[in-house]
Design a protein. Structure first.
Length: 236
């Protein structure tokens, strides 16, 4: 991890989104890397959805975000783009190891996120892996080393944390919990506690779900720092 975050000053200045960022309606107008812009263009993403307009200005300056918007509103890009950009700005390389962790409650959703990441992240020089149950854990163990971004289900992630020698999350920059309410409800809370105990406290945390989770205990367990609450009910 090297380099500085040009948006950090904006983040430190308070919860106002930086001018320009707040008004951005198109991905082209966001202060993001050419790599991401190209990936978004390749995938034919032009205009931000409502939740992306609301969450990206905060998430891109490194703030913690707790976002709620209904299914189909485009939450995936609202966390994938900030994760990619955080690593890009730090000039993260394959040698830097695990930089971003995205946790999804089900294999199917994890796979969808991974596909989206491969689409929009193609131009970045970062490696990404998928850790979900139902695949050969030995084969995963061999490949998990050196992955910069991992998309995983909670159980499988914890299994690697416990069993895979050298699995190192100590430099993690960004933690994403997608479908946070389901992740916390589906009996995963013990697993999540164990996962989070292996992560550095100094990191960016992004929580997204279809319903607003403001359960103080849940937020404390994930050690969110002064999160921005973003809630979108209108059509995306
Ligand atoms: P959610 O996680 O909120 O249920 P997704 O991130 O899965 O929603 O996105 C739902 C659909 O909308 C996907 O097919 C995705 O490709 C598409 N989508 C997301 N963002 C945009 C955008 N800015 N412009 C056009 N389509 C988008
Ligand atoms: Mg989703």
């Amino acid at each position: 991890p090297r380099g500085s975050n040009p948006l950090a000053a904006a983040a430190a200045a308070g919860s106002e989104a930086p001018p320009g960022l707040a008004a951005a309606k198109k991905f082209e107008d966001l202060p993001i890397s050419g790599y991401s812009k190209q990936g978004l263009r390749d995938a034919k993403y032009i205009t931000l959805t409502a939740v992306q307009r609301a969450a990206l200005p905060h998430a891109l300056c490194g703030r913690d975000v707790l976002g709620a918007a209904k299914t189909g509103s485009g939450k995936t890009l609202a966390f994938l783009l900030p994760a990619l950009e955080a690593l890009y700005r730090q000039r993260w390389s394959r040698l830097d190891g695990l930089g971003a962790l995205i946790i999804s409650p089900t294999r199917e959703l994890a796979l969808q996120i991974f596909d989206e990441l491969r689409k929009i992240g193609r131009r970045h020089e970062l490696s990404a892996g998928l850790l979900i149950g139902g695949k050969d854990v030995k084969e995963e163990k061999a490949r998990v080393h050196g992955m910069n971004i991992l998309v995983c289900t909670p159980g499988r992630l914890l299994q690697h944390m416990d069993e895979t020698p050298g699995f190192d999350a100590s430099q993690l920059q960004v933690l994403v919990l997608d479908e946070a309410d389901r992740n916390l409800d589906m009996g995963f809370s013990v697993t999540l506690d164990a996962i989070v105990s292996n992560l550095p406290r100094q990191r960016q945390t992004l929580l997204f779900s279809a319903t607003q989770t403001k359960n103080v205990k849940d937020l404390a367990r994930l050690s969110l720092k002064d999160p921005e609450y973003v809630s979108v009910h209108a059509e995306a």
